[in-house]
Design a protein. Sequence first.
Length: 279
Amino acid sequence: MKPIQIVAFDLDGTVLDSQKHLSDRNREALSACARRGVYIVPTTGRSASGIIPEIKNIPGIRYAITTNGGTITDLKTGEVLERQTISNTKAIRLMKMISRYHAMYDPYIKGRGISQPRFYDHMEEFGLNAVMQDMVRATRDVVPDILEYVERTGEDVEKINIFLADLKDREPLCRELEQEPDLVITSSLYNNLEINASSATKGRALMWLADYLKIDREATMALGDGGNDLSMIQAAGIGVAMVNGLEEVKAAADFITMSNDEDGVAAAVEKFVLNSKGK
């Protein structure tokens, strides 16, 4: 095993506990990696603005993979190094399709989620608990009408996030979306779907960043729990799944660590990075 030089970690359900907090042990483990010159890379379905200060303020964090691999950002300079987006016209078509279901949808444009009062003021209707509602309020810009806004700006979309009020809609909506070419559909929560361009995956983005930093695939480590983490678990030199993760993610992993409420990220980092001498 080569010494690990990149640790890519999901946020929700992985490095953050159930209350969306970063534990002292996880913070110290990641900080210790950075002190050794290891790149520690938040790799999330959130936008860059949705990465909480507790994460951004860890000394040594510079790069972030966001919107499920749709964007790779240099947090030090603010420069977007790489983007994979859904075209404006296609995003509008997809949202019109989604609007036929009882669902809340947020397109992500230039690092921000876009919402409207119909969704923003009624999040409990779509199954969002208090913790999730706080996160949404901190990461969304509210406009009167999402579709009108996206049409008017003409901007391409990094991701479309969907929360379903009725879980019976999940399968038929998935089937309809799967008929659209050049998309990847993943999930990070029981009641959500996330739509990206087919080229926007965490695994592809992690490999792009490794190549950019001239680091071998075997020297990368990825930790996650959800369907949107599967590609990076498979791509990394060491793929680590949380015990609270989906069965398909655990089946693909090289190692299963403890849960996000038991400092599972720290346990894996201590095992494979901090206490490992490599070969």
